[in-house]
Design a binder for this molecule. Structure first.
Ligand code: SF4
Length: 108
């Protein structure tokens, strides 16, 4: 192998390693930094998610009980007293403890 080919392969490997490290760092950051679910996101609209459960469209979701909030849902991962917490339905992104969506399931 010529010296210039060796340098080329060495530089290519270094670039690939740097790119992989950057991609993994970005992925790790995305996984560890949940963001608040937007009511306007496609999934939130589909499930009727509202950060303030009292604003849920009662005509569209007549089965929502007045005592149903994310904090009382089995899919809610926030701790008692916290304003928001992760939700498995939304990829563990943050929903409001006082929110609600059509996937609400009573915490057992
Ligand atoms: Fe809230 Fe439960 Fe719907 Fe998640 S699944 S948004 S915790 S009601």
């Amino acid at each position: 192998m010529t010296n210039s080919r060796r340098i080329f392969f060495k530089q290519s490997f270094t670039c690939a390693s740097a790119f992989t490290a950057l991609a993994l760092t970005t992925l790790a950051r995305a996984q560890t930094s949940p963001t608040a679910v937007l009511e306007t996101s496609e999934q939130a609209v589909a499930l009727g998610y509202k950060a303030d459960a009292t604003t849920v469209d009662a005509k569209k979701y007549p089965n929502r009980g007045a005592d149903q909030f994310c904090a009382g849902c089995t899919l809610y991962q926030g701790k008692a007293g916290e304003a928001s917490g992760g939700c498995a339905v939304f990829g563990n992104n943050l929903v409001a403890g006082k929110g609600w969506c059509g996937a609400w399931t009573k915490k057992g």
